[in-house]
Write a protein of this length. Structure first.
Length: 363
């Protein structure tokens, strides 16, 4: 098994499943959390290790029998040397795209948690060997199995950390308040993307490519227990419920059919839960107005993602206000939208991403 992003929430959950089920870990890839990576190396003894750069190479506790690589090219080289058939890509951000492309090119199964791969490159990626690790897409996959009369797909959103704050104060919220997610324990960027609803826009685009449909919408479900619903042509509605724990979709990716007989997550006490589905309020989440345009013009995802990545990190560094994220994403789309017609290949995706990133890095 290969795990890219081993020190993040997806990676650590995957390693728990590997430990409980005696799954051999061949390759680990991490960013800057070398302390945790060293513990993982000691516990799982991977044959191949890769870090996003060489800054912390002197702190890495690898033995002489382990191959160690650094940087983007090093990660790709490690993937080529690895013999494992399944790779989990849980790298956060645009930097996860090249590893996704390499995993697919090598004929491996891609267990995909890196949303950005499909958000920016979905039109040029064969999804046949992709297993989605998002709880929403895992739920949709389970719901549609054996059904051909699907009218509509619906995924859910928790509403994020700012769902209950006074709507008049949202634009001035601090990083601390925007990172206090009520249900999930995730990386900072994903938590913030949940607060702006960018994360759900990403998942809408993912669903478009994974299930080849534009009939996809999202609703607020505050418990994060209902992950997805489908409506069939007879107007019956089916829902997929599960505790808000990523170990369920991860276990199916790692264990296949064996996962059906394993209690991956804790039981739900339905009698103590109240479900209330509601529409996403575009006054609170102005970026949600982009949803239909993104489905009709999915290459806009390149601009959305590039601008969002820069703006999120500026916000976390207290360089911009929370409200500036949505305002500047709209400005980016207005400025660069005319360029999407020139995106004809995956190389063009990288070029347009670079253009947007450079513009917002210096403005």
């Amino acid at each position: 098994m290969i795990i890219l992003g081993s020190t993040g929430s997806i990676g650590t959950n995957a390693l728990k499943i590997a430990k409980d089920n005696d799954i051999e870990i061949e390759m680990l890839v991490a960013g800057s959390n070398v302390e945790l990576l060293n513990k993982q190396i000691k516990q799982f003894n991977p044959r191949i290790i890769a870090l996003k750069d060489s800054t912390n190479k002197d702190r890495l506790d690898a033995n002489k029998n382990q191959k160690v690589y650094f940087g983007e090219d090093g990660i790709l080289q490690g993937l080529n040397e690895a013999k494992s058939h399944i790779a989990i890509n849980a790298i956060v951000g645009f930097s996860g795209l090249k590893p996704s492309l390499e995993i697919i090119k090598l004929g491996k199964i891609l267990a995909l948690a890196n949303k950005e791969s499909l958000v920016v490159g979905g039109e040029f990626i064969d999804t046949a060997n992709i297993i989605p690790l998002d709880s929403e897409h895992f739920a949709l996959q389970e719901l549609i199995r054996g059904k051909t009369n699907i009218k509509k797909m619906i995924i859910t959103a928790s509403g994020g950390a700012l769902r209950d704050v006074d709507i008049n104060t949202i634009s001035t919220q601090t990083p601390q308040s925007a990172l206090e997610h009520p249900n999930w324990n995730m990386e900072k960027k994903i938590t913030l993307d949940s607060a702006t609803m960018v994360n759900k826009l990403y998942e809408i685009l993912e669903a478009k490519y994974l299930f080849q449909t534009n009939n996809i919408d999202a609703l607020i479900e505050r418990n994060s227990i209902i992950h997805a619903l489908i409506q069939t042509n007879d107007n019956a509605i089916f829902a997929h419920l599960g505790y808000n724990d990523m170990k369920l979709p991860i276990s199916y990716a790692m264990l296949g059919k064996r996962a059906k007989n394993i209690e991956s997550i804790k039981d739900i006490d339905l009698c103590n839960l109240t479900f209330n589905l509601s529409k996403i309020d575009t006054n609170r989440y102005p970026l949600w107005n982009l949803k239909d345009n993104l489905l009709d013009n999915p290459k806009l995802g390149i601009i959305l993602n590039a601008a969002n990545e820069i703006l999120v990190y500026k916000f976390l560094a207290n360089k911009i206000k929370f409200g500036d994220i949505s305002t500047n994403i709209y400005k980016a789309i207005y400025r660069f939208e005319s360029q999407i017609k020139y995106v004809k290949s995956i190389e063009d995706v990288f070029y347009l991403n670079k253009e947007v990133v450079e513009f917002y890095s210096f403005n």
